[in-house]
Design a protein around this ligand. Structure first.
Ligand SMILES: Nc1nc(=O)c2ncn([C@@H]3O[C@@H]4COP(=O)(O)O[C@H]5[C@@H](O)[C@H](n6cnc7c(N)ncnc76)O[C@@H]5COP(=O)(O)O[C@@H]3[C@@H]4O)c2[nH]1
Lengths: 186, 186
């Protein structure tokens, strides 16, 4: 079950490493961006992890929704990993506008392992096709949710956002989904 | 089968992205390190990927063998990936000494997904234990070998080095294994 291993890999090789440092990265980011007013006045200080059911992932969020703007990257976090010295881990900050034009600052990204699921489903040699892919995304989501629920060091530092693709013809589907989850936690 | 998915992920999410650029990175590295004599006079311009059967991975190769010295990192390769802008991919260059003290320059690292296999085998919640782990490492190695054999864009740009842990009490086991593989291809 590919999704099971990818969820564990995402947690053990990434979330467990980066989530404990997220708050400090945001504090340091705000200190170096003082000239921007209202930075993080509204928004979320959790890592927002997007999990689209169709595994259809963009590399730039603004390509998906014009109400989303790339703002800047959080400071680099360098960690020696498996022989690579100072491997860089970082996240991107986006400003997400609501329908009244008010901006919320968020650290948001897609769950990268879904790219692997998507690409595997396109290659016959990889052993599974498009019908199984949706099931695998759900299995990835549930496995990851369960792992994170039991993780003390990651508690309250993330939000998993499952994106149902039924409303994709709405050009502001993504910004609305993000804002709905951000407001939910306030 | 966790190893199957991790092998595909390692190829689709990493090797396929970085191997086509490796030669250019090395050329650019040599240009910026002209003061070092004999740089890459001896060694390999392929990515050497270490796959230890016991999944026991170090974060710094010199911790494993005093005949290995970290030299410097190749230039950063920045790619927009799944919402992370300018995600950094890089490799480390090591100088590996033979028993006569002659140095070979190599781009070498452990296969990172083995860290996931190792950690999963330590957590009862992840669903598999130490006895299965060795089998999973072999499955990872064979699956990856097969994927890479069929990859036109990665041809001749890597070397997979399976490390049998029987000689681990030899303090220079790792440098000898690396040099044996490097000399094999000449
Ligand atoms: N040596 C090495 N250097 C790299 O830069 C690198 N980047 C990825 N990988 C390995 O390739 C495979 C595919 O990567 P993917 O990005 O889909 O999944 C990654 C990704 O979803 C997430 N992740 C890891 N590092 C980052 C990062 N810097 N930014 C965002 N996500 C990351 O956590 C998963 C597991 O990471 P690793 O367990 O380090 O091994 C990966 C994986 O086996 C790398 N391996």
């Amino acid at each position: 079950n590919v999704a099971h291993g990818l969820a564990w890999s995402f947690y053990l090789g990434y979330l467990q490493l980066v989530l404990p440092n997220l708050e400090d990265s945001i504090i340091s980011f705000c200190a170096s961006h003082r000239s921007t007013t209202h930075l993080w006045g509204r928004g979320s200080r959790k890592l927002l992890i997007l999990v689209p059911l169709n595994a259809n992932i963009s590399h730039k969020l603004e390509d998906e929704d014009s109400n989303i703007h790339f703002y800047d990257n959080l400071p680099n976090n360098e960690i020696d990993r498996a022989g690579v010295r100072g491997r860089v881990y970082k996240h991107s900050v986006y400003r997400v506008m609501d329908e009244d034009g008010k901006a919320s600052d968020c650290v948001v990204e897609y769950a990268t392992p879904l790219l692997t699921l998507y690409n595997m489903s396109q290659l016959s040699s990889a052993g599974f096709g498009e019908p199984e892919r949706r099931q695998q995304v759900l299995l990835f989501f549930r496995t990851l949710q369960e792992i994170l629920d039991n993780s003390l060091e990651c508690r309250n530092r993330y939000k998993l956002i499952l994106l149902n693709d039924e409303h994709e013809e709405d050009p502001h589907f993504l910004s609305k989904a993000i804002l709905r989850h951000v407001q939910q936690q306030e």
